[in-house]
Ligand binder design. Structure first.
Ligand SMILES: [Fe+2]
Length: 430
């Protein structure tokens, strides 16, 4: 007979410490669940400089808690292994020297078993700290560590996709699920926004990253926004019309990059026997014409918008429009693991603002007026990346539950294509 389920105390009697512990452990477990379909060999290799091995993600997220929570706040804590700081520090200068990023795939040691032991060691210590009544700053950092690990959960999946796409066997992360036959997308609809002085940035009491604040006012001119992201069928028209061969559509840096790297389609697309296929977490699959295009970089998104006679929205336009949309959609919890076609059009509201694909914006990742990075090493989390990167909004089909919000600012270099990134068109008001 099965053990009876443990009865949780009713919500009103649960302490905040219990809630944070439950959130922490659920997050730590989800990371292991996401790694579970992989073989040990899959977890060691590194597809490219920007991607990291799964084993490294498992260890680095653990190192984050050990370094920024346990070492400073749990007096009896002993490092699991003093050598791990060098192996699993990502980019924190304040935390010391580290394994060069392009060489993370060379870390065949420590073994996966030892990394899993590291996770258990740190999880036990975090539980001890929370149950003993962690100070406010430790609790704040544990919450940051949770959201940091959620970011790495999405990276774990996109990095595995990059790895499997580079493998001639085109392995599948999981068996393919039945798919509906692809259809042509219904026409894009356009929504008009009056603009004006608009509040931008995080205004609530829940978690936010530092780059979402301070909340401030931005002046937005009247604009129009497409009610859904650009679909694969529309991208095929761009290709057929010579989009990748027409220099005048492209920014100079983008054109140079496209020529150097031989771009002819979004990342992971390949043509076999006259049919376009895309590498997905379910292996090679036919393109769904009505699903949002994914794995395009800013350069391509910008060129497409120019070809379409439109432009990319600013992040402020995007955030103003997102106020009309519920924070819900095809996120990781849906289990689809790929962008899906839009549902029926909504009356005067945009669709798919959250989930499916991160949407490139025209905005640079810059500090908001009055922004101050947190003191110490945590200040390196976002602040030092406020140069030459573009903001993406809205999350994707790989974004974990509870991780996205209207003010969330993801950021990538214009050339980067391995994230689940697409675009939505904007235009001036008529
Ligand atoms: Fe990290």
């Amino acid at each position: 007979m099965a053990e009876p389920a443990l009865a949780l105390p009713p919500p009103q009697t649960r302490r905040a410490e219990d809630d944070l512990l439950a959130l922490l452990m659920a997050t730590r477990d989800l990371t292991l669940d996401l790694a579970a379909p992989l073989e040990p060999e899959d977890m060691v290799a590194q597809a490219m400089e920007e991607a990291s091995p799964t084993k490294w993600h498992l260890a680095h997220t653990t190192w984050f808690f050990e370094t920024f929570v346990l070492a400073p706040f749990l007096p009896a804590y002993r490092l699991f292994d003093p050598a791990f700081g060098y192996c699993f520090n990502s980019y924190y200068e304040a935390a010391g020297a580290r394994q060069p990023r392009p060489k993370r795939g060379l870390l065949t040691r420590p073994t996966l078993d030892r990394v899993l032991g590291y996770r258990r060691h740190v999880d036990d210590a975090l539980q001890t700290l929370l149950e003993a009544g962690a100070p406010q700053e430790a609790r704040r950092r544990i919450e940051l560590g949770v959201h940091h690990e959620q970011q790495h959960q999405e990276l774990l999946l996109t990095d595995i996709l990059a790895l499997f796409a580079a493998n001639p066997l085109r392995p599948a992360y999981r068996p393919a699920r039945p798919r509906l036959a692809g259809r042509a997308p219904e026409p894009m609809r356009w929504l008009s926004f009056a603009g004006g002085v608009t509040p931008i940035g995080h205004g609530g009491t829940g978690f936010r990253f530092d780059n979402e604040a301070p909340r401030h006012e931005a002046l937005i001119a009247p604009f129009r926004l497409a009610d859904r992201p650009v679909a694969n069928a529309e991208w095929l028209e761009f290709i057929a019309d010579g989009g990748y061969r027409t220099a005048t559509l492209w920014l100079s840096d983008g054109w140079d990059r496209a020529q150097r790297e031989g771009w002819r389609a979004p990342a992971y697309w390949e043509r076999r026997d006259g049919e376009w296929l895309a590498m997905t977490l379910e292996g090679l699959a036919p393109l769904a014409p009505d699903a949002p295009v994914a794995h395009v970089g800013f350069y391509e998104a910008d060129a497409f918008a120019r070809w379409a006679g439109k432009r990319l929205p600013t992040e402020f336009e995007w955030e103003a429009a997102a106020a009309l949309a519920p924070v819900a959609g095809n996120l990781l919890a849906s289990g689809a693991l790929r962008p899906l076609a839009a549902a029926e059009p909504l009356r005067r509201r945009p669709r798919q603002m959250f989930g499916d694909v991160w949407e490139w914006t025209a905005s640079a990742h810059l500090p908001y007026p009055g922004y101050e990075p947190p003191p110490g090493a945590i200040g390196e989390y976002n602040a030092k990346f406020m140069c030459d990167q573009h903001v993406l909004r809205g999350g994707s089909c790989l974004t974990p539950p509870g991780h996205i919000r209207p003010s969330y600012r993801n950021f990538l270099y214009a050339r980067q294509r391995w994230q689940c990134s697409g675009l939505r068109l904007a235009a001036e008001a008529r």
